[in-house]
Design a protein around this ligand. Sequence first.
Ligand SMILES: O=C(O)CCC(=O)C(=O)O
Ligand SMILES: [Fe+2]
Length: 301
Amino acid sequence: MFIDIPSELEAALIGLPLPTWELDGSAPATSTLERYRSELTAAPRFEETAAALRHALTGEGGGYAVLRLGNLAKALGGADEETFLRVATGFAAEVAIPFSPFPRWPLWKQIGVKIDKDPGKSSGIGYNAFHMDVVNGTLPPDYTTLLCVRRDPLGGGPSILSDAHAAVSRLSEDARALLAEKAYHYGTFFDLHGVGEEYTLFPILDGSAPGEGFVRFTAKMLERSRLGREHADAAGKLAEELVRGQVTFMLEPGDYLIVNQRRFLHGREALHSGQATIPVADRRLLLQLFLRAPISAGPAA
Ligand SMILES: O=C(O)CCC(=O)C(=O)O
Ligand SMILES: [Fe+2]
């Protein structure tokens, strides 16, 4: 699921004249994305690379990919340089439509390291358990994407990914029946756009075919939401199966992780102890962008 950029493409991307993106509300303007697309598709081997990326995300058994943009990030002055982010945005737009659910924040949201935050939540220092992003929206982003700017200088914090439908398929029928009930809730929903309405009491399984429906789950609910005992037990078994099936890898600077939220759940192992000794500017840093799949015409005939 790691996708390298062919060297001739890398060389062409370094000199590509992509303009600053214009925003239309909280998404890049269509005119910007069209311009990016025409510049990118003219670069050698771009289309086959974009096709490999889409295949990794939506092909049989797929669901996540890491596009290795480290050389390009280095050549363009770092993975948080805007010229580099234009290229990353262009790749993202080959998968689905980039948008931000947080209208007052930049398109790419920073996930840094905050030592005083709940350690198990986004930007906390502890174990970030398996979850999908915006689990309590009626329309979660189809894809969540994480671009690595800096790793944990102390060497912690590998990413974890797990095939959600595979984990569900290993559960008993009784557990699956409980997970299909509207008995789960998690977190707050405030000032979010483009992700539907707040889903206050939701089923983890919605009866859709694998690869279509979300496994609407966050293992964080086990400790942070009050759940009935039977429902909590079923959710706990799902959490165990996710861990049993997990893959673990360290993101390097310039690595761009894209997760199909209809297939895989994601998380992160704890950062190494001693974060307080690291200046904020040197701590691990990711940039996050969400993608919405275009409305499909339904199953192909
Ligand atoms: O820090 C990470 O690698 C993952 C962060 C994450 O999943 C989130 O903030 O939603
Ligand atoms: Fe996340």
